[in-house]
Design a protein around this ligand. Sequence first.
Ligand code: NDP
Length: 277
Amino acid sequence: MLTTSTTIPLLPGTAIPQIGFGVFLVDPEDTQRVVEDALAVGYRHIDTATGYNNEKEVGAALRASGIPREEIFVTTKLRNDHHKAGDVEGAFERSLEALGLDALDLYLIHWPMPANDRYVDTWKTFETFHADGRAKAIGVSNFQIPHLERLLAETEVVPAVNQVELHPIFQQRELRAFQDGHGIKTESWGPLGQGKYDLFGMVPVQAAAAAHDATPAQVVLRWHLQTGNIVIPKSNRRERMAENLDVFSFELSDDEMRAIDDLDENRRVGGHPDEIN
Ligand code: NDP
């Protein structure tokens, strides 16, 4: 049975809460309040990035919450310009310092930036963070199958996670199947479609919401969880944070899951990883 505390095992000895809280586009001046609210309503997994410019404020919220460090799973990501410049060790240390942490639970390469052809070398440096214990797990984001194939062929540690755009009209079926075959966990960014299309008005989402006395957002998040994805919805509003976490008192039927599966158009709403360099 899925619960707020459900975790997905990563590398030996580590596990990630299947539902977490993302802070992309949360202004630095709002971030401490937002993350404190998220922790207060029950999230124990926070997803930030150097590129979000709010690691320091996330760190302040972690400390202000008074929740023991080991009870909160913290992810951050290597910013693209640091990746491009080969400033990987320095960027990692600055992230730890900004967050006020000795170690990360998960450190991700934010984008592969394939035209720069640096991601294999960057990953080898990530492996040293894992080996010395400063990153309990390491993973990637926005990697496509050929990028993952290169890491598998040319490096030692299999990425624990690939965090990718994923929501009902962009379900990443081929990538998910590849990752399932290699023990790479799938994490959905933009799980609510970032408000960029009318996900909440779609008939199968509306129908399931009516049937379970749930909101469309809850139905979509439940679909991610039952699909097996790690999910990190963002909201600045405390009532929505609570709503998005309150997805464990109902279960979508096989027919409801299939109807949402059928919404897939293989259509992104965000940038294409090959074009971000
Ligand atoms: P989401 O799909 O989580 O959508 C967030 C939007 O949905 C906000 O506008 C929010 O508005 C709104 N929203 C949240 N909850 C509800 C609700 N219950 N009902 C109605 N509207 C709602 O998009 P994100 O891009 O934020 O993705 C989630 C996280 O994924 C990010 O915060 C970040 O951590 C990560 N991410 C990673 C990327 C990567 O490249 N690795 C790229 C993009 C995101 P409001 O705040 O006003 O409630």
